[in-house]
Design a protein around this ligand. Structure first.
Ligand code: AMP
Length: 604
């Protein structure tokens, strides 16, 4: 039997959500639907965005309301216009096979008369942002005296945005007997207070730990000098050719400046902030949603309620002033069970803030190194190789040219042809990055100050009771740091906490293990192969591939020009390597690659 039917959802609705691809309930749906369907509880659900919250409250609402009657029976309050439209749309989709369901979206920045007209025609569910809702109530254009259910979605965001008073006023027009369902990603004292104020012994459901971010998010930080921040940021982006990211800045001006600089440097980026008109914001969001925009540069306020799936990276170009906002920012990635990375680029003085965030989210950050120019070249080369390998060939169109192409290549072996194709782009990367400086600030996470107490570090900042090992697997095998950690622990049966810093490169990686575990790791990997390739572990140093990155000549040059220009623009303003001409290529490639990645993960 369909699991949603088992939860008590009727066939008509289950058919509709099946079409949306909902086969199994998400954890929050599984746990909240049975409770909410009773219709007899107030409810507090602590859950991140992207966990399936909308259906968690939306499906029970559709079961509980009487759609033969045309008066407002449910009110959903949410912080932003984006979210308001999203929820309305979702509810309409879930209920498309149910007769006479009327859902109205009420939000600012759009014609109020249209909304009033829709309300007048008869409505059972109103989804609203608080400001406009109150405006309509004050015009006496709606009667909430028979409302049975009020949903406060993203309650923490609504309070952050200063809607407390509006919410109070709106709720005072609803009957005392109604049930209130509150959802929030975090539980600051103010949310606790409103739950006490509006609810009677609510049923509480916590997905994950309170205030904790999603477990599928890896948190990383990079330490750079303030003047190198932009160059470091671009390196990180270049090192992640398939990035589909949201970049957070602190101010509107910074947001605008970074976006303009990126566009000038040939990146596929645009900005989203409060100085744009609603129309401009909608346009940017549409492009981002369609993935024809790869990097969205946003302020905290403008990015509220953004619910785009498959965001691979959140980048904190500037750390948020309020730590709570870090959870909201990072929650934009790793939605709907996916994984994601939240990156912070900080200077030495901001390390303390990273430690504070770690305490709040209850999770450790990994200190990562800004990739060297060589690392970027290698990564881009293999991204290109994957792209060539996976490109869809238009047999019909290309066929006519094949004889001529073959003729041109007839004096070259297959190997030569491949080398030349790869070099076409690789030479450009090498040329661009040949004098690229090391952008890592020489900060050491000293013992007794920020680091683990009592740890001893050697000159390079590595703990002297740890050994650095080389492994011939890396990001081209689709390993992230977290993947590699899991793989090492699974293969060797050592525990995660005895693994130190992990540095994932292109075709290889380095990781540190406690000196006592070195033999166990070496033994554990004996005879192991990965996708048909023998896995090789070596103690890093003389004779290992570390020399390739350390001594390649692509880093160093500290005295050089520190302002890296646009890697992608270079002399090639036609969109650079990643093609910033609408993102078709990007979309295809990233989709394919995610499948590959899932497939590889299944295999090991
Ligand atoms: P939400 O947290 O409600 O914004 O949902 C996040 C995303 O997950 C949306 O794109 C939903 O369409 C999707 N989603 C919600 N529930 C399910 C489910 N049971 N199965 C598959 N996808 C879902």
């Amino acid at each position: 039997m369909n699991p949603f039917i088992q939860l008590g959802i009727r066939h008509d609705i289950v058919n509709a959500i099946s079409e949306l691809g909902f086969e199994n309930p998400t954890p929050i749906q599984e746990q909240s639907i049975p409770v909410l369907l009773t219709g007899s509880n107030d409810f507090v659900g602590l859950a991140q965005t992207g966990t399936g919250k909308t259906a968690a409250f939306g499906l029970p609402l559709l079961e509980l309301l009487d759609f033969e009657e045309n008066y407002p029976q449910a009110l959903v309050l949410c912080p932003t216009r984006e979210l308001c439209l999203q929820i309305t749309n979702d509810l309409k989709n879930y209920s498309k096979n149910v007769k006479n369901v009327h859902v109205v979206a009420v939000y600012g920045g759009a014609s109020i008369s249209d909304q009033l007209r829709q309300i007048k025609r008869g409505v059972q569910i109103v989804v609203a942002t608080p400001g406009r809702m109150l405006d309509i109530i004050n015009r006496k254009a709606i009667d909430f005296s028979q409302v049975k259910y009020v949903v406060l979605d993203e309650a923490d965001e609504m309070l952050n945005m200063g809607f407390q008073e509006d919410i109070d006023n709106i709720l005072s027009t609803t009957p005392d007997e109604k049930k209130t369902w509150l959802f929030s990603a975090t539980m600051p004292a103010e949310v606790r207070r409103i739950s006490k104020k509006y609810m009677d012994d609510p049923y509480e459901l916590t997905m994950g730990t309170k205030n904790t971010g999603n477990a599928n998010i890896e948190h990383e930080y990079y330490v750079v000098r303030a003047r190198d921040k932009y160059a470091a940021f671009k390196r990180i982006v270049d090192f992640n050719p398939e990035i589909f990211g949201i970049v957070f800045c602190r101010t509107k001006i910074e947001t605008q400046e970074i976006a303009e600089a990126l566009i000038k440097d040939g990146y596929n980026a645009d900005s989203l902030h409060g100085d744009l008109s609603q129309q401009q914001r909608d346009k940017v969001m549409k492009r981002y949603r369609e993935r024809s925009l790869q990097l969205l540069i946003a302020t905290d306020v403008a990015a509220r309620g953004i619910d785009v799936n498959d965001v691979t990276h959140v980048i904190n170009y500037s750390l948020p002033d309020e730590i709570e906002n870090y959870t909201h920012r990072s929650g934009r990635t790793a939605r709907a069970g996916k994984t994601g990375v939240s990156i912070s680029i900080v200077n030495g003085k901001e390390i303390g803030k990273i430690r504070q965030i770690e305490r709040v989210i209850g999770k450790k950050f990994v200190k990562a190194e800004i990739p060297t120019g060589f690392d970027v070249c290698e990564k881009q080369l293999f991204a290109l190789v994957h792209k060539v390998h996976n490109v869809e060939v238009n047999e019909q169109q290309i066929e006519q040219y094949i004889p001529r192409i073959m003729d041109e290549f007839k004096d070259l072996s297959k190997e030569d042809v491949i080398k030349r194709f790869a070099s076409l782009e690789f030479n450009r990367f090498l040329d661009y990055y040949k004098n690229a400086p090391d952008l890592n600030a020489s900060f050491e996470d000293r013992p007794g100050r920020e680091g683990a107490q009592g740890d001893r570090f050697n000159r390079t900042g590595m703990r002297s009771d740890f050994t650095r090992l080389f492994i011939n697997l890396g990001s081209v095998d689709d390993f992230t740091r977290g993947d590699l950690l899991g793989y090492i622990c699974n293969t060797t049966k050592i525990v995660g906490r005895t693994v130190g810093k992990i540095d994932v490169k292109g075709v290889y990686s380095f990781f540190e293990v406690a000196n006592d575990d070195v033999n166990k790791v070496m033994e554990g990997f004996k005879g192991v192969d990965y996708n048909g390739r023998e896995v090789r572990i070596e103690i890093s140093g003389e004779g290992t591939s570390e020399r390739r990155s350390g001594g390649s000549g692509y880093k160093g040059n500290r005295g050089g020009d520190r302002r890296e220009g646009g890697f992608r623009s270079g002399g090639n303003r036609e969109g650079g390597y990643r093609g910033n001409k609408g993102g078709g290529g990007f979309r295809d490639f990233s989709g394919k690659s995610r499948e590959d990645r899932a497939e590889r993960k299944r295999r090991y």
